[in-house]
Ligand binder design. Structure first.
Ligand code: MN
Length: 268
């Protein structure tokens, strides 16, 4: 009898790629269901998602309380193993990888609403992909605009997401690079590889009173700036009706400023 080496899990008998699917809208959201089911046509999918919506929580990791990891048949994934976690999107990826084994690919989404430009800094959808990246796994985040009626049909997007994910499974991605994918409001005219552009939100704060007369405050972002129709950028491409695919590197250093900053620092 061969003792399995936990560091090198044996390939699954079917030799199908293993894909971990997470999101930030929660395990009952329609986007993750469409994505998980589409991927299951060619991959062994496991779904690990927050039990409630965790949009805009960024890359939070829960370290000051325990987490629960519960199999959830009611989420409608059929034979696909689906687990809900009372934590953040990044927690879901950490637990999924540790408890279920390393997948060949991590995907997140499909998010209700786009994640463009500066959205990447607070998006829970993108954070799940970043967590996959930090664990050394190829990772993709998927997000979608509502259509003109304010509704979401994730079917066509999930079909394209599945084809793209399959290609990434075959080819891999460079280290520390993820793909951030956004689907447009309209039926796509094509696909553009884009830069992460400008999509700034001004945090407006609404102050009201609770039933006992105490103030409470509600942060409500308002979209204030974007790249218009520059199709080189993620925002511009989806506005022009294209699927936007941005290669995103987790490298935050402004290298061009190192020399100038070195000159400008006050001496000790
Ligand atoms: Mn969301």
């Amino acid at each position: 009898m061969t003792v399995p080496d936990p560091a090198r899990p044996a390939a699954s008998p079917s030799a199908r790629p293993r894909v971990l699917v997470a999101n930030d809208d929660g395990i009952f959201a329609p986007g993750i269901k469409a994505l998980g089911l589409a991927l299951s046509e060619w991959a062994d999918v496991v779904v690990v998602a927050p039990d409630v919506e965790q949009s805009a929580v960024g890359h939070g990791i829960t370290i000051r309380r325990p987490l629960r990891f519960k199999h959830t048949a009611a989420a409608g994934f059929g034979d696909i193993p689906a687990y809900r976690v009372d934590g953040t999107p990044a927690d879901c990826v950490v637990l999924g990888v540790h408890l279920l084994g390393r997948p060949d690919l991590v995907v997140s989404g499909i998010n209700i609403g786009p994640n463009l430009g500066e959205d990447l800094t607070h998006s829970g959808t993108v954070a799940a992909a970043i967590e996959g990246l930090t664990l050394g796994l190829p990772s993709i985040a998927f997000s979608q605009f509502a259509n003109e009626a304010g509704e979401y049909d994730f079917g066509p997007s999930a079909a394209y997401a599945s084809r793209l994910a399959r290609e990434v499974c075959r080819r891999g991605l460079p280290p520390r690079v993820l793909l951030n994918v956004n689907f447009p409001r309209v039926s796509p005219r094509g696909v553009r590889v884009t830069e992460v552009g400008l999509h700034r939100w001004e945090d407006s704060v609404v102050t009201r009173q609770d039933p006992e007369g105490r103030d409470y405050h509600w942060v409500a972002g308002v979209s204030t700036a974007h790249d218009g129709h520059d199709e080189q950028t993620d925002y511009g491409a989806v506005q022009a009706g294209f699927i936007s695919v941005s290669p995103v590197r987790l490298d935050l250093t402004a290298r061009d400023l190192i020399g100038e900053l070195t000159q400008a620092l006050p001496p000790l």
